[in-house]
Ligand binder design. Structure first.
Ligand SMILES: Nc1ncnc2c1ncn2[C@@H]1O[C@H](COP(=O)(O)OP(=O)(O)OP(=O)(O)O)[C@@H](O)[C@H]1O
Ligand SMILES: [Mg+2]
Length: 192
């Protein structure tokens, strides 16, 4: 058998590398679409759009009201993706069932909203970080995007979930920090 036919047999077993460079024009097209839904762009959000379009996972960190959740809602408005808050996951699942529940999205983009805002589970007296299991599960997948929003810094993530989880997140996501004040109750600008 020659080399080419060996490659042809192996090729289907190797997942294609879907990542590709996305140009400014495409990023701008998405930014405009998001602006139509009310999202005011920033340098950081343009960088985050680029990463998302290039099929990277993205972790958006920043203070409350800086538009992290709104970013994913408007980016994926045409085709909404699965998004759960950490608190919802902790309220609905146990360490025993979370992996099976998650596995239905093993082929899909998944957004973990508000990592760090959840309560710690108390499992027979042991404190359990259920979100560590969620992150480890998603980190084992290949060629699928996982996005995270959080108020925690890298240091905060390490302190709460440990080095191993921070490492998994870094392996799976590009980090973008949203800065500035809260836009949650921002008044519309008055035209004069
Ligand atoms: N870039 C933006 N353009 C327009 N409105 C924004 C923007 N960012 C935030 N807002 C407004 O602020 C509200 C709160 O934003 P969002 O819920 O995304 O904040 P967050 O960063 O997820 O905060 P938290 O850390 O509390 O979850 C939005 O519903 C929207 O009204
Ligand atoms: Mg949020």
């Amino acid at each position: 058998m020659d080399f080419k036919s060996i490659l042809e047999r192996v090729a289907p077993l190797v997942k294609p590398q879907k990542r590709m460079e996305v140009g400014e024009k495409e990023v701008e097209r998405y930014a405009r679409m998001m602006a139509e839904a009310g999202y005011i762009p920033s340098t950081e959000s343009l960088a985050a759009i680029k990463c998302c379009l290039e099929k990277y996972g993205v972790i958006l960190s920043g203070d409350v009201g800086t538009g992290k959740t709104f970013f994913f809602q408007t980016l994926y408005r045409p085709i909404p993706k699965k998004m759960f808050t950490a608190q919802e996951i902790v309220a609905a699942h146990t360490p025993g069932d979370v992996a099976e529940w998650l596995s239905q999205w093993d082929e899909s983009t998944f957004i973990l909203d508000d990592l760090g805002a959840e309560l710690r589970l108390n499992d027979y007296g042991n404190k359990v970080e259920l979100l560590s299991l969620v992150i480890e599960h998603r980190a084992r997948l290949r060629d699928v995007q996982t996005h995270i929003t959080t108020n925690l810094s890298a240091k905060g993530i390490r302190e709460r979930y440990g080095d191993r989880i921070l490492d998994r997140i870094n392996g799976m996501c590009k980090a973008v920090k949203f800065v500035g004040r809260s836009l949650r109750n921002a008044k519309p600008v008055r035209l004069s």
